[in-house]
Design a protein around this ligand. Structure first.
Ligand SMILES: Nc1ncnc2c1ncn2[C@@H]1O[C@H](COP(=O)(O)OP(=O)(O)O)[C@@H](O)[C@H]1O
Ligand SMILES: [Mg+2]
Length: 148
């Protein structure tokens, strides 16, 4: 049976605070984790990824939007695979990128707009949802989907 549990919630008031949550996540999530980032345009998904990069010793400035390239890998204390499903029409297009192979590897895999491709993600994965509460406030929730 599939279950989704809420692990943690943060409310951030600035870009820096959200980046800090990203940093913290890299300390918390095990190697090989698949993380789906879910939230509207401008919610802070890319900001969070830059924080994760910093947590892995990768220059956050080097993390660009993978909206056009769809997939970028950075190497730090472990690999950071950054994907963006925004421009994909369906989950099949996501599979055609060769992601199944990626799911077998170590490193951290983060997918912006992961909800679009959820049905082809490994059953066991994490979700980070980001909601805009007020102008600069973001409610960030970490969830874990498991199969038991
Ligand atoms: N608390 C906050 N957390 C993250 N970003 C914030 C926050 N407050 C304002 N922002 C702004 O929101 C925008 C988020 O952009 P981005 O991370 O590219 O969004 P997404 O990747 O979800 O489309 C940035 O311009 C950032 O400065
Ligand atoms: Mg983005």
């Amino acid at each position: 049976m599939r279950s989704v549990v809420e692990l943690q919630t943060w409310v951030t008031r600035s870009e820096d605070e959200t980046a800090h949550v990203g940093r913290q996540l890299t300390k918390q999530l095990p190697q090989g984790s698949v993380v789906s980032l879910e939230g509207t345009l401008g919610a802070g998904k890319s900001v969070l990824v830059r924080g994760m990069a910093a947590g892995l010793g990768i220059d956050p400035e080097s993390v660009t939007s993978p909206t056009f390239t769809l997939w970028q890998t950075y190497s730090g204390t472990c690999d950071l695979h950054h994907l963006d499903a925004y421009r994909l029409r369906n989950a099949e297009e996501f599979l055609e990128l060769g992601v199944e192979e990626l799911f077998q590897q170590d490193g951290l895999i983060v997918i912006e707009w992961g909800e679009k491709v959820r049905r082809v993600l490994p059953t066991e994965h994490y979700r980070v949802t980001i909601e805009i509460d007020e102008d600069s406030h973001r409610r960030i929730v970490l969830l874990q989907q498991t199969e038991s």
